[in-house]
Design a protein around this ligand. Structure first.
Ligand code: NDP
Length: 282
């Protein structure tokens, strides 16, 4: 069965829209999400546009703040700090990657945890690891929702996460562990990847290596979540999983595009409402 992330995300956004309207009535204003875009990377611009569009649908004011690729680090830090100090801004997202002259850690550290809708601030990362209340990063949060949409309990399952980035693999492994899966994290030094992925009841692949996983590497009946996005032509995206062969073996599988991507955006909207709620004590 194909896990239709776009349809599930649409349902999430519709319920968030109702929640946002109620919160806005109580607060006397709409929630506001500031999205910072540096440079003219076409993929980043597309992602920012889809976030602003989703915000408008949900009833969140999207404030787009753009800088040229040549912006200096101090200028960007000052601008992000000004957004952080602005009481009318509830969430701040800095679209990654940033140009080479800018240290992303310095920029992300300027966003206070209460406005960190991406869940990338060290305090949110630590809270996730400690099992405390925090903003959960959007992509891993959306992946858990996609798995839950299958109706299959995560508890007791063998989960394999391929990829160990700070934004996808590591936080997702922790979320799966919190749901009592037995979790293995694989990466580029993993030997005999296929023997590990074939054990997975839940297989999540987030490497950026197009077509890395084919059907022979998937356990029959598994849930397969493909996070990877590789642009193979101006109009075609490819995932990390070879959909044609893996879909013959898996019980559930996400397409690329239309799987994890839309859920990531929906979770960003949810995180923005959560920040709005808790900042204003609504
Ligand atoms: P990173 O480049 O930060 O991390 C990639 C990870 O994959 C690393 O841990 C790397 O291992 C591992 N890896 C690379 N090649 C292999 C291999 N051959 N075998 C096993 N492991 C491998 O990427 P991200 O986590 O940021 O993103 C991964 C993919 O997901 C990208 O395509 C990205 O575009 C996409 N993405 C999609 C999102 C969405 O909303 N749909 C959101 C975020 C990302 P090592 O650590 O050893 O280098």
């Amino acid at each position: 069965m194909i896990l239709d992330g776009a349809a599930i995300a649409q349902g999430v956004k519709e319920s968030l829209r109702q929640r946002a309207a109620k919160l806005a009535a109580r607060a006397g204003r709409k929630p506001c999400l500031a999205v910072v875009l540096v440079g003219d990377n076409p993929a980043s611009r597309t992602y920012v546009q889809s976030k602003i569009k989703a915000a408008a649908f949900v009833g969140i004011e999207g404030r787009e703040v753009e800088f040229p690729a040549t912006v200096g680090e101090e200028e960007l830090l000052d601008a992000v700090a000004a957004l952080d100090a602005d009481s009318l801004v509830d969430g701040i997202l800095v679209q990654l990657p940033l140009p080479a002259q800018i240290n992303p850690d310095r920029v992300l550290d300027v966003i206070s945890p209460a406005k960190d809708v991406d869940g990338f601030h060290p305090q949110n990362v630590a809270s996730l690891q400690l099992g405390r209340h925090c903003t959960v990063p959007c992509t891993p949060k959306g992946i858990i929702r996609l798995i839950d949409s299958t109706g299959t309990p995560i508890d007791g399952k063998t989960a394999v996460v391929v990829g160990r980035s700070n934004i996808v693999g590591k936080p997702l492994a922790k979320l799966l562990l919190d749901r009592n899966a037995t979790v293995t994290i694989a990466h580029s030094h993993t030997q005999d990847l296929a023997s590990i992925t074939r054990q997975a009841d839940i297989l999540v692949v987030a490497t950026g290596h197009a077509g890395l996983i084919d059907g022979s590497m998937v356990k029959p009946g598994a849930i397969v979540i493909d996070v990877g996005i590789t642009r193979i032509s101006p109009t075609r995206l490819k995932g990390d999983v070879d959909f044609a062969s893996a879909s013959q073996v898996a019980a559930f599988i996400t397409p690329v595009p239309g799987g994890v991507g839309p859920m990531t955006v929906a979770m960003l909207m949810e995180n923005t409402l959560e920040c709005f709620e808790s900042r204003l004590g609504l």
